[in-house]
Design a protein around this ligand. Structure first.
Ligand SMILES: Cc1ncc(COP(=O)(O)O)c(C=O)c1O
Length: 377
């Protein structure tokens, strides 16, 4: 799409991918004595060296002590959400999500024909009073939810982080009413400033929380390598599932190369460099918004992740903006895709600062500012 500005694209810019470093690691893999093993089906739980690395890193980075029996390698967080949905629910079951929530997870929940209930969020994450009320009403109707799906850190699409108090309140509620929590924690390492609250998994001491991580945001999405942290009984059950029995563990070749990369010590340095790069990108996007948006537009100020969420003035509609922006070859993610009821997103849009070059980002945001001024006149 030469000349176009894809502000919707939620993946790393080309110059943020560690291609040369990775090439060296892949080249070295060919001369290893066990290279043949990497061309075979893998251990169901996934690459043991990578599991060991991840367990050590959780301890070092977060003080979180997990055993190997609490971890498995998966083919990206998406694969994990799909597997968990298959394993934990049957069609027509009820689940809970944020409003707005991650669009592509909603697709998976719809594939499984689940009844999706959404609960509003604000700058601290989900509204606990509304969540409590929703859960009560569901339980009374004999429809106890199976799980609550949440992106707790630098949420996709809003960039918002769930507060510690609310994490604790959610865990309390989940214990009282017996639903699980899927913690889709793919942006944890893309943190610009400050500290993050402990994960729901850590706060719940591992009980009934399924925590997903990925190398898509800190290495490359094309690798399709992520991990799941959960109670050992659940890991055992997933490892014994038909999916893994039939195909073996996720992506053995790539997972082994990712393990080599991480064990070489390169990953930590790369992540530190990425944080600076994304922070700079985010600052440029926020400055462009300040300079070009009319006063009636609101937006979030994320402290990490990839996304900024915009709220349009009451008399503007995102469909009109989308159409007008398309004429200028500027593309964003319409808010409508992130809501269970798409109409709730008619005054919202998500822009990503992870992908487009800085000049395009300034130009694209400037164009959106001009168009919003024109459309809300
Ligand atoms: C919240 C969230 N979960 C999962 C993913 C996808 O992760 P993976 O590439 O590991 O499947 C994304 C990517 O945009 C995301 O934003």
């Amino acid at each position: 799409m030469a000349g176009s500005i894809p502000l919707f694209a939620g993946h790393p810019a080309h110059d943020l991918l560690p291609i040369a470093d990775f090439q060296a690691i892949v080249d070295a893999a060919w001369s290893k004595p066990d290279v043949v093993r990497l061309f075979n089906y893998g251990d169901e739980q996934g690459d043991a060296r990578l599991i060991g690395f991840l367990a050590r890193r959780l301890l070092e980075a977060e003080g979180l002590r997990v055993g190997r029996e609490n971890l498995m390698i998966i083919g990206g967080a998406t694969w994990g959400v799909n597997m968990l949905t298959q394993q934990l629910t049957a069609p027509d079951d009820v689940i809970l999500v944020d409003s707005p929530s991650y669009r592509d997870a909603l697709h998976i929940f719809r594939d499984q024909e689940l009844e999706i209930r959404s609960v509003p969020i604000d700058s601290g994450g989900i509204n606990i009073a509304a969540l409590t009320e929703t859960v009560h009403a569901l339980v009374e109707a004999g429809k106890t939810p199976k799980f609550y799906y949440v992106v707790p850190n630098f949420q996709n699409p809003t960039g918002i982080t769930l507060s510690r108090e609310r994490r604790l309140a959610i865990i309390k509620l989940s214990r009282r009413f017996g639903f699980s929590i899927i913690e889709d924690d793919v942006y944890r390492d893309i943190r610009f400033v400050g500290e993050l609250p402990a994960s729901l998994y850590a706060l719940a001491k591992g009980k009934n929380v399924f925590r997903l991580g990925t190398f898509s945001k800190t290495l490359a999405p094309g690798l399709r390598v992520g991990w799941l942290v959960a109670d050992s009984e659940w890991i055992e059950r997933f490892v014994g599932s038909g999916l893994l029995k039939m195909g073996g563990g996720a992506n053995p070749f790539t997972a082994a190369v990712v393990a080599d990369y991480c064990l070489s010590g390169r990953w930590e340095g790369h992540v530190a460099w990425l944080r600076d790069q994304y922070q700079r990108r985010c600052e440029v996007a926020l400055a462009a918004l300040r300079e070009t948006m009319p006063d009636s537009v609101r937006w979030t100020r994320p402290r990490g992740g990839y996304f900024i969420w915009l709220t349009l003035p009451p008399n503007a509609h995102v469909d009109d903006l989308e159409l007008a922006a398309k004429q200028e070859r500027v593309y964003f993610a319409s808010g409508k895709g992130f809501f269970v009821n798409p109409a709730d997103g008619k005054r919202h849009l998500r822009i990503s600062f992870s992908y487009v070059p800085l000049d395009d980002m300034r130009r694209g945001i400037g164009t959106l500012g001009e168009l919003i001024k024109r459309l809300s006149r």
